[in-house]
Design a protein around this ligand. Structure first.
Ligand code: NAP
Length: 340
């Protein structure tokens, strides 16, 4: 099967290419970039030199090529205008951006600043978190792959919501690659290095996704607030999802083990061992754990992911595998690298 990557010169685009290079079921038909159009892939991604003999094309050129699937790794707001014509051609899509993640069209104006031109496609799009929507992803034409903060928050919270939690206060620490490869003042090395600070602290866009998905999971309203924090590392997202309730350690363990039984990319930590982003970097694993403090009472679910893998490219390929009817883990059995 063939696949095109739009937005292939960016960070998630580079990760998609890295995974696809050795994927047994897919060949790369096109990789787009405006900046690097007609230049070899290794000009943007020197780490892929000698591994992929392809040149970047523009989106306009790529739209005229033939392929079965497209992975969209473009900034928010671009996919919504491209997706309808790709679907008309019979191409199936995984969008890594936010344009099709929210079911309620009115939320786009509030959180992204534009009115959604294709509300009918929001109904059809499947939220690409296989742990929640595996069967729907298999039959989808359009998958909206989750944000990294929301992936970490949802994975840390889902078993707690199943236990009855209805208010989640999530703190997510995330590395600099989350902001993409386009430089800004806050991503400049002297500004970013060593940083630990909150951003979008009064309401991050990803909390709407987490609200939507966790509420849908239990068919009841689950309020979610996410406060993300920038940290100095390049990769990694770590969610601590706090709820005020009392549950024994044994029940918590059972809830996590039951909810994620058989999940190929979820690793639930034993009691007393906490997840650490350093143990998942370069892989599609999400390491999960929990802690409790009866004095409030308080329970916290933890999730550690690589934001560019389980938080973006790895998760998108997991959905692509499911859509294509091949083994879900194909191309993704990449062990984490250590030390990082
Ligand atoms: N970074 C993460 O941790 C992460 C996690 C989950 C989801 N996502 C989502 O994935 C998407 C890509 O993120 P990223 O971090 O890979 O961003 P990025 O590094 O900035 O890459 C963006 C890509 O889109 C292309 N592009 C930008 N503006 C364009 C335009 N107007 N027309 C056509 N192409 C354009 C860029 O290439 P040229 O400028 O050369 O065209 C580049 O290839 C975003 O929607 C992001 O929210 C990112």
């Amino acid at each position: 099967m063939s696949v095109a990557v739009f937005g292939a010169s960016g960070y998630t685009g580079g990760e998609l290419l890295r995974i696809l290079i050795s994927h047994p079921s897919f060949s790369i038909a096109a990789a787009t970039s405006r900046k690097y159009a007609s230049k070899p892939i290794y000009i943007a991604h020197p780490h892929l030199k000698g591994l992929l003999f392809l040149k970047f094309s523009t989106i306009e050129e790529a739209m005229n090529k033939d392929y079965d699937y497209v992975l969209l790794a473009l900034p928010h707001g671009l996919s919504k205008d491209i997706v309808p014509s790709l679907l008309d051609r019979g191409v199936k899509i995984v969008d890594l951006g936010a344009d099709f993640r929210l079911k309620d069209p009115s939320l786009y104006k509030r959180w992204y600043g534009w009115n959604h031109p294709h509300p009918e496609l929001l109904k059809e799009a499947v939220y690409g978190l296989p742990e929640l929507h595996r069967e729907e992803i298999k039959g989808a034409r359009l998958v909206a792959s989750p944000g990294c903060n929301s992936t970490a928050t949802i994975l840390a919270s889902a078993p707690l919501v199943k236990l009855g939690a209805r208010k989640i206060l999530a703190d997510v620490k995330v590395g600099s690659s989350e902001a993409g490869s386009n430089p800004s003042k806050s991503s400049h090395h002297p500004e970013r290095s060593g940083v630990i600070r909150p951003y979008s602290a009064s309401g991050h866009r990803h909390q709407v996704e987490a609200y939507q998905e966790l509420s849908e999971l239990v068919k009841d309203e689950v309020k979610v607030s996410i406060v993300p924090h920038s940290v100095g590392s390049v990769r990694g997202a770590f969610a601590s999802a706090h709820v005020q309730m009392e549950v024994s350690e044994l029940e918590l363990w059972k809830a996590f083990a039951r909810f994620y039984a058989g999940e190929p990319f979820i690793r639930v930590m034993q009691k007393g061992i906490y997840p650490n982003v350093k143990n998942v970097i370069g892989s599609n694993f999400a390491d999960l754990g929990f802690s409790s403090d009866p004095s409030l009472p308080r329970i916290t679910g933890f999730a550690a992911i690589d934001n560019l893998m389980k938080g973006a490219a790895g998760q998108a390929i997991q959905s692509l595998n499911l859509m294509a009817g091949v083994e879900e883990t194909l191309g993704l059995k990449l062990p984490p690298i250590n030390p990082v």
